[in-house]
Ligand binder design. Structure first.
Ligand SMILES: Nc1ncnc2c1ncn2[C@@H]1O[C@H](COP(=O)(O)OP(=O)(O)OP(=O)(O)O)[C@@H](O)[C@H]1O
Ligand SMILES: [Mg+2]
Length: 134
């Protein structure tokens, strides 16, 4: 697997959620991703970026365009140094929220992508990595 290009952008305030969506859209287009897949990925980005701002106290989005043989993929990592998630199983349950949301962000995002990895611990922040491939 080869990294074609990579970068990082801040996800600190609500406006950064919009910018993260825009970047993800542009990068997915660069990958030649089908519109349906691009739309799924951008929706997941929205949810994860919003969680980074709302619960993580802000963080960053790392992106990589990957090549694996004929396939091209976009991998995105949302990381923050916020409080972390004490009960991951609960957080990945449909409808569970600690903050008066719908509790569908993480589970929804997980269903919309091909790779989903969540690393978190209380006091250690949260890191969510997602990817979709052509
Ligand atoms: N980056 C994060 N840092 C700390 N806690 C998080 C983070 N992301 C999610 N959580 C916790 O996981 C819970 C579930 O997140 P999820 O996105 O599924 O739902 P929500 O944000 O509460 O509601 P919704 O996204 O549907 O509006 C959150 O309520 C929050 O407690
Ligand atoms: Mg959410």
């Amino acid at each position: 697997m080869n990294v074609r290009s990579s970068g990082t952008q801040p996800v600190r305030i609500e406006q950064d959620v919009v910018l993260a969506r825009q970047s993800a859209r542009k990068l997915a287009q660069e990958c030649g991703m089908r519109l349906i897949d691009l739309t799924k990925l951008v929706t997941a980005v929205s949810e994860l970026a919003r969680n980074t701002v709302v619960y993580g106290g802000g963080g960053d989005m790392d992106w990589q365009i990957l090549e694996d043989g004929p396939r091209v993929g976009l991998r995105l990592t949302f990381r923050d140094e916020g409080p972390g998630i004490p009960d991951l199983k609960l957080a990945l349950t449909d409808g569970w929220t600690s903050g008066g949301g719908l509790g569908l962000g993480l589970t929804g995002a997980r269903r919309l992508v091909e790779e989903f990895e969540l690393d978190t611990a209380p006091g250690k922040g949260t890191r969510v990595t997602i990817a979709r491939w052509t």
